[in-house]
Design a binder for this molecule. Structure first.
Ligand code: GLU
Length: 505
């Protein structure tokens, strides 16, 4: 195989959808797996759709995901610049080349004229397309004389350059995921390659840049499949070797009904963007995986399996493992349904695999930011270590551990009704005395001491433990009593028992 060079080529028209992140990911995995290069190219030729901040958002999001580029305007590279607006001067010669070769033509039809044709066709329940039939009567260099064309151009009349789709041909293409794809050229329209504003369209710039940047494989979303015949014919017209193509399956809504769109996310209750986004024009905001508390490892792991499978039962993959296992022939043709619960499950799995230190650090920061609670790192780490396996997100640790940071002021009614017996108060006073006497106040020792005390005195285990839990937590949940006691410390624990007995009596 020749050197693998792949590119992720987003247009900075807004935040990057998770489908786009998956395209970037698969390109990255493919490049790394095959010892190739991953390139970031910004396709910003459509200036009417330019959104300030979008490029920065794309770069930061991919960085958060751990998708690294070997070449881009940010890290450099031999084939730059990597932003199409900075390559503007390059494209006209290629459009001219196609004109000279007779593979393209000049069209003077104005937007208004074309709109008129469209409307007329609609009225007859037909669709107007600029193709091998209509180009024979429209205002272009195929129907006009050379002189007429020259005069119009010299007068500054705006024009576009269109590709002249060959008539009556069957194009046979190969897609690495879909296999052979056949298209009849008469069904295709003569796409604009060069616009009247002096800028190339996506199609021309994309092909020229893929060629100049020596791209070996074009891996992109299924929405570009209809462009593949045009792209293949453009390579042919230039006499260039085409890259290999792979069109990835769509990401579908959770119910499988249609493509997961940019608008779906917050409407369906989960993010569709990697990071939080504020629209610079409208001020509208959209949630992101990062700010929703997802680990990039979990986000990437989830995305990797939406459209690709390893052929084994393995579900949890590090980036290195993904690189190792990835291949295009295990990508599916059919759309992949997004699954919200599974996405949370991935975060849970990754949270469990994180060290207590890392989760503790994040929890310490969360406590400060969300609850204005200052806690030393060592304590946050111990608390996180006790409860982290029970949650999906760091923010959910609070619900499992709030009692480590604030003494109960109320006691859960249902638990009290069920667990607080007539003799509970007496039992708690005796237990407090016993606890006060425990010298070595470590979880392990407390566990043993309490057990020996309860069995040795034939006390009711449930009565003691349920009572203590109510006193310490204020509810019927939480980790083992000896763990709670050890972390709270003797003084705080006794205070809580005393206060609880006074309230519940
Ligand atoms: N600029 C196109 C996009 O926004 C790139 C498509 C392609 O990869 O060819 O998705």
């Amino acid at each position: 195989m020749k050197e693998v060079r792949v590119r992720f080529a987003p247009s900075p028209t807004g935040p990057l959808h998770i489908g786009g992140v998956r395209t970037a990911l698969y390109n990255y995995l493919f490049a790394k797996k095959n010892g190739g290069k991953m390139i970031l190219r910004i396709e910003d030729t459509d200036q009417t759709r330019f959104v300030p901040g979008a490029e920065d958002y794309i770069v930061k999001s991919l960085d958060w995901c751990g998708i690294k580029f070997d070449e881009s305007d940010y890290v450099g590279g031999e084939y730059g610049p990597y932003k199409q607006s900075n390559r503007k001067h390059l494209y006209k010669q290629y459009s001219d080349e196609l004109l000279e070769k007779g593979c393209a033509y000049i069209a003077f039809d104005t937007a208004e004229e074309l709109d008129k044709y469209r409307k007329e066709a609609e009225a007859k329940k037909e669709t107007f397309i600029y193709n091998c039939e209509s180009r024979k009567y429209l205002r272009n260099s195929l129907t006009m004389s050379k002189e007429e064309v020259e005069t119009l151009i010299n007068n500054g009349t705006p024009y576009t350059v269109r590709f002249k789709i060959p008539e009556n041909r069957e194009i046979v293409m190969h897609d690495l995921i879909r296999g052979e794809v056949h298209v009849q050229t008469n069904t295709l329209d003569d796409k604009v390659l060069f616009k009247s504003d002096g800028m190339p369209t996506y199609h021309l710039a994309n092909i020229v840049d893929d060629h100049l940047m020596k791209i070996s494989h074009v891996i992109r979303g299924e929405e570009w499949l209809p462009s593949m015949p045009l792209h293949v014919m453009l390579y042919e017209a230039f006499g260039w070797e085409a890259p290999q193509f792979a069109h990835l399956p769509l990401l579908l809504k959770p119910d499988g009904n249609g493509k997961l769109s940019k608008r779906d996310g917050d409407r369906l209750g989960f993010p569709v963007f990697p990071m939080y986004w504020v629209d610079p024009k409208t001020g509208d905001t959209a949630s992101g995986y990062k700010q929703s508390g997802y680990y990039p490892e979990a986000f990437i792991n989830m995305l990797a399996l939406l459209g690709w499978n390893p052929g084994t039962e393995q579900e949890i993959f590090t980036m290195e493992e993904l690189i190792d296992a990835f291949s295009l022939d295990r990508c599916s043709k059919s759309g992949a349904k997004f699954n919200v619960e599974k996405t949370k499950w991935f975060n849970h799995e990754w949270l469990m695999r994180k060290s207590e230190e890392e989760v503790g650090k994040d929890y310490q920061a969360w406590l400060k930011a969300e609850k204005d609670i200052d806690v030393n790192l060592d304590f946050a780490i111990k608390v996180a270590g006790l409860v982290k396996d029970r949650v999906n997100f760091v923010k959910e640790l609070w619900d499992q551990s709030f009692f480590f940071f604030e003494a109960p002021t109320t006691y859960d009614e249902v638990t009290v009704k069920k667990r607080w017996k007539e003799n509970s108060a007496e039992m708690m006073k005796t237990a407090a005395e016993f606890i006060n006497g425990i010298e070595d106040f470590t979880a392990e020792n407390i566990d043993k001491a309490l057990n020996d005390w309860i069995t040795g005195n034939e006390l009711n285990m449930g009565l003691v433990m349920n009572g203590l839990r109510l006193m310490l937590v204020g509810a019927g949940k939480g980790p083992h009593i000896h763990e709670i006691l050890a972390l709270l410390g003797k003084e705080e624990a006794l205070k809580r028992i005393d206060a609880g007995v006074k309230v519940l009596g």
